[in-house]
Design a protein around this ligand. Structure first.
Ligand code: SAM
Length: 213
């Protein structure tokens, strides 16, 4: 995602701790307390500008959602959407997914969404892909037994790589679509990237995989 310089982003984020959790290490193991209920918690890693996570939270009030995004200048747009919808079941985290085990207790999360993750096409950058095995082991730790990863992308190379990575890790394939927008899948909420690339005629790939107990 293209970076824009938004010098005001850091202060704006700090001014809204009810939406962007400012002390995430202290939240570890306490996310149900933070949401004030025992509903399942779903996270989106690389949430970008937040259209998916705010849409999901608006449609499913018995699920808690956390959007995780590395870049301040990008998450600030998700924050503006979160302020607008003002939902009790939506939080944001401005952190690197490499450190998720510092912010979530083992088994605290029920589902991970990965949407249009950066493809990092060069083989020497494979470790940075959010479906690389080190990330899968992080998701495995923070997910409940039998937790799932739901993944969408327009990038055929990343999709094929990820299906192989999931399979080599021992994840079970539950669902796959090679053309989501022309499939029978219902209730799809589009991300900003999904709108852009499907608008250009790109096909959208989607999979659901599950960690076996
Ligand atoms: N999911 C959004 C969408 O579909 O519109 C954004 C897709 S964008 C290509 C990928 C996003 O993932 C970027 O905003 C990037 O900053 C974020 N990202 C990449 N690596 C990350 C990491 N290790 N931890 C958190 N966010 C990350």
């Amino acid at each position: 995602m293209r970076m824009r310089n938004k010098p005001w982003a850091i202060d704006f984020i700090a001014d809204h701790p009810q939406f962007v959790i400012s002390n995430p290490t202290e939240a570890k193991g306490k996310w149900h307390e933070i949401f004030g209920n025992s509903h399942p918690i779903h996270i989106e890693v690389g949430t970008g500008k937040g259209q998916f996570i705010t849409g999901m939270a608006g449609q499913n009030d018995s699920i808690n959602y956390i959007g995780i995004e590395l870049s301040e200048s990008i998450i600030v747009t998700a924050l503006q959407k979160a302020i607008e919808v003002d939902l009790p079941n939506l939080k944001l985290l401005n952190v690197n997914a490499e450190k998720l085990t510092e912010y979530f207790e083992d088994g605290e999360i029920d589902r991970v969404y990965l949407n249009f993750s950066d493809p990092w096409p060069k083989p020497r950058h494979a470790k940075r892909r959010l479906t690389f095995k080190t990330f899968l082991s992080i998701y495995e730790r923070i997910l409940v037994d039998g937790g799932e990863i739901h993944f969408k992308t327009d990038n055929q190379g990343l999709f094929e790589y990820s299906l192989t990575s999931f399979s080599e890790y021992g994840l079970r394939l539950q669902y796959v679509s090679l053309d989501l927008h022309n499939s029978k899948f219902e209730g799809n909420i589009m991300t900003e990237y999904e709108e852009k690339f499907s608008g250009l005629g790109q096909r959208i790939y989607r999979s659901e995989v599950k960690f076996l107990n």
